[in-house]
Design a protein. Structure first.
Length: 386
């Protein structure tokens, strides 16, 4: 529907409003939103404020992109994939009640949705779950304490779960917004961040007494991905949440953690009640050769052999004589040398150029001529694909 058609509908439904008044209000809204929102959407919002129902030939109100949201919008419609949920919490003060929240994502970013009082039942009942698509109509936007826009749901809001005419493939999962550990810098200090990695080390849990005499908990882990590792501090209920599962090798997806500076001027991640932390089901992820970096660990790769293995015996620092077989591997992104040791050298000794091979749980190091190479260890797997 064009701008003129919308204005005509508003005028026909409310003769007391002039076209000049509508245009003046439209220009005011455009200035307030920095021109980021379509005129059609702004006119629909103005119509709702005037108590006018726009006839739109059964088409739903256009949804805004997350990146287009600004504070103080009313009657906003947004569509996204649920990537995290947070349980209801009570609040007291001049008023008392409950609130809960969840995060959604579209191609442009992540948004926190805040539910109040009766609406928290959507989380309590697990009606809203991670992975679902949602459309929220008539929400209003506010700025949170960090200056980020969030969408609030009141009684007049409508929440549609897995709505029709929404293509799931158009909405990413949380992994799109993850920062690699090696890319975390001091520019992230005191800001929120999303990371994914395996628990490389786990330390014992400690308790402490708060000012109100209640007891808190804290534990520390070392989180690692293929690019590096970082110390991670887990607080209070998040310790309880993972008490049974927090062990070496577990893979975590962490959303909205805070980056803080350590005493030695390094960086660490802090996980508290506002952080979403999910245990990921172990899957075999195969890296592309061009994505491999020095120090990458627990690497799985698959590719085609492009050089016949060269087998030789190497004397170790312990004066042990072991077999080493080296060959070059390629995939659609690049090529790299592979060194297989001991029993793995025996496995690949008869490889031919053109054979396909899978290597699991290897690591990346500097090899001949200071080039990167994949190297196996005792726990690695080498599988020739037929």
């Amino acid at each position: 529907m064009t701008t003129e058609q919308l204005i005509d509908q508003i005028l026909s439904n409310n003769p007391r409003v002039s076209k000049d008044e509508i245009m003046e209000r439209l220009e005011k809204e455009k200035r307030r939103t920095n021109g980021l929102i379509l005129e059609e959407t702004l006119l629909r919002m103005i119509a709702v404020d005037l108590g006018i129902k726009i006839q739109n030939n059964n088409a739903s109100t256009p949804a805004l992109s997350i990146q287009d949201l600004v504070p103080s919008l009313d009657h906003a419609t947004i569509v996204g994939r649920v990537i995290a949920t947070f349980p209801p919490r009570a609040f007291n003060g001049r008023r008392s009640g409950r609130f809960a929240s969840f995060l959604i994502a579209d191609k442009t970013g992540i948004l926190r949705i805040v539910l109040w009082n009766d609406k928290t039942s959507l989380i309590d009942s697990a009606e809203i779950k991670v992975g679902q698509m949602v459309r929220i109509s008539n929400g209003y936007t506010k700025e949170d304490s960090r200056g980020k826009v969030e969408l609030h749901i009141s009684e007049k809001c409508k929440v549609e779960i897995n709505p029709q005419n929404v293509e799931e493939k158009d909405y990413p999962t949380a992994s799109k917004f993850v920062t690699k550990i090696s890319q975390i810098t001091h520019a992230h200090k005191n800001n929120k961040i999303n990371v994914m990695g395996k628990v490389k080390k786990q330390f014992s849990t400690s308790t402490f007494e708060r000012q109100d005499s209640s007891v808190g908990k804290v534990t520390r882990i070392v989180l690692a991905d293929e690019t590096g590792e970082i110390s991670t501090v887990v607080w209070n209920e998040k310790v309880d949440e993972l008490e049974e599962n927090l062990k070496k090798g577990v893979k975590l997806q962490i959303l909205d953690a805070k980056v803080k500076k350590t005493l030695n001027e390094g960086l660490e991640i802090h996980i508290d009640s506002s952080t979403y932390m999910e245990l990921l089901t172990p899957t075999e992820e195969f890296a592309k050769i061009t994505d491999l970096q020095l120090g990458s660990d627990n690497v799985n790769v698959e590719g085609q052999v492009i050089s016949k293995p060269v087998i030789r015996e190497i004397k170790t620092s312990k004066e042990e004589l072991v077999k080493l077989a080296s060959f070059e591997l390629t995939d659609e992104t690049g090529r790299i040398w592979v060194s297989t040791w001991r029993k793995h050298a025996e496995t690949i000794k008869d490889l031919k150029v053109g054979d396909r091979i899978m290597i699991k749980d290897a690591y990346v190091k500097r090899g001949f001529s200071d080039q990167l190479e994949i190297s196996t260890r005792e726990c690695s797997s080498v599988i020739i694909v037929h």
